[in-house]
Design a protein around this ligand. Structure first.
Ligand code: UT7
Length: 367
């Protein structure tokens, strides 16, 4: 049997930090509320576009694997904040890393896009369609944020990360997963203004209104992630005690704690970095994986469990056997262009662009 080992990993976090205190100058909110209800202390706001963030993460993952971009046979780009729908985001990365003529596709299941992409790429390696793959989770939520809505504006951040998968005869990489979706609850999270439904109706790019039922999403997230963890372990006849580290989607610290309790996973074996980045949607799990490796929380041969959930409402849990190497083979010299602007200034400039009067824009774009 052919497996798809994870041999490279890399992240790219934009440098501008938006703290809870910064947010309280824009919105009726407080550091105390945000920390106690979510665990989030700060998040990143990008000064560059989505492709640039993803490219830097990809270059770092390729260096960590010691593979030239030209050898990559498949690029899977997980995101819901596309810069372009056509051409897709993955083809832009193909050009940037020089991977012609690799297969390249985008995948969108919102926050679970990286994990769904890991499933797709692993399947294509197991069936010998390709011998390796670059799987990206990258998200630029800030241009699509409704910065007047405190229910959502405090929760999200920008970021990117990527992994390299390579065919292996060793039992490494993705061992089992559960994928699911509560489609009947899809209206609990809808970003009005993103997508073809709004095209040619005079809605300015980036003008959004978030339909967001936080408490319902919270309940479904706990239910979906904990049941997916149990399902995945049962598939391989494993117990929670067999898991060395849980690397969960990070949307709310209280959700992570509730999932750990319901799935009988001790919190000391759960990796948490939500305090630094908030919810980066598709980038969250791969960034957390990179940081768990940097902090030496992943030992050679470790069994990792990665539960996720997102808009849709999609949910999943992936069980990964780590290989023998926990350090990168090489490091990349690729960097983001420098940034001088504080996060609040980036947001304010974005808001100015959005509110610039346009003859085409109707007064009530979502009517
Ligand atoms: O990847 C999918 C992304 N979605 C999620 O992960 C969302 C999951 N849901 C959650 O994480 C939580 O439901 C939230 C963090 C969104 C909200 O926490 P909560 O404990 O469910 O709070 P709540 O919605 O019940 O609101 C409690 C109070 C309300 O005031 P009243 O009605 O009690 O007077 C809100 O208006 O907190 C108020 N509130 C805020 N106050 C200060 C809501 N947002 C804020 C805010 N700052 N940012």
């Amino acid at each position: 049997m052919i497996h798809a080992a994870i041999t490279g990993w890399g992240k790219c976090l934009p440098p501008a930090v938006l703290s809870n205190h910064d947010l309280s100058s824009l919105l009726d909110t407080s550091d105390e509320w945000i920390v106690s209800r979510t665990g989030i202390r700060e998040r990143r706001i990008s000064h560059v576009g989505l492709e640039e963030l993803a490219y830097v993460a990809a270059a770092r993952a390729l260096a960590a694997a010691g593979i030239p971009g030209g050898s990559i046979e498949l690029i899977v780009f997980g995101t819901c904040s596309h810069e372009d729908q056509v051409p897709n985001m993955a083809s832009g990365i193909q050009v940037r890393i020089g991977a012609q003529p690799a297969a390249a596709f985008d995948i969108n299941t919102a926050c679970t896009s990286f994990l769904y992409g890991l499933s797709a790429a692993t399947a294509l390696i197991r069936t010998q369609v390709v011998r390796n793959a670059l799987v990206i989770g990258a998200e630029l939520i800030s241009p699509f944020m409704d910065w007047s809505d405190r229910d959502v504006a405090v929760l999200f951040g920008d970021g990117a990360a990527a992994v390299v998968l390579e065919a292996s005869e060793r039992e490494e990489g993705l061992l089992a997963e559960k994928l699911g979706c509560y489609g009947e609850a899809r209206e609990t999270l809808r970003v009005q203004g993103m997508g073809g439904r709004y095209a040619n109706r005079g809605v300015l790019y980036g003008i959004t209104r978030w339909q967001f039922e936080g408490q319902e999403i919270f309940k479904r997230a706990v239910q979906g992630m904990s049941s997916a963890c149990e399902d995945t372990l049962t598939r391989l006849n494993l117990k929670p005690r067999d898991v060395d580290l849980v690397v969960p989607h990070q949307a709310n610290l209280r959700i992570i704690e509730a999932v750990a309790k319901r799935a009988h996973l001790p919190l000391e074996r759960v990796y948490v970095n939500i305090q630094r980045y908030g919810n980066m949607s598709a980038a969250t799990v791969p960034v957390a994986l990179c940081e768990a490796l940097e902090e030496r929380r992943v030992r050679a041969g470790a069994l990792l469990l990665m539960p996720g959930f997102g808009g849709g409402l999609s949910y999943c849990a992936h069980l990964v056997r780590w290989g023998s190497r926990t350090t990168p083979l090489k490091s990349s010299t690729v960097e983001l262009p420098p940034n001088e602007r504080p996060a609040l200034q980036i947001i304010r400039e974005c808001l100015e662009r959005k509110t610039r009067p346009s003859a085409a824009a109707p007064a009530t774009p979502f009517a």
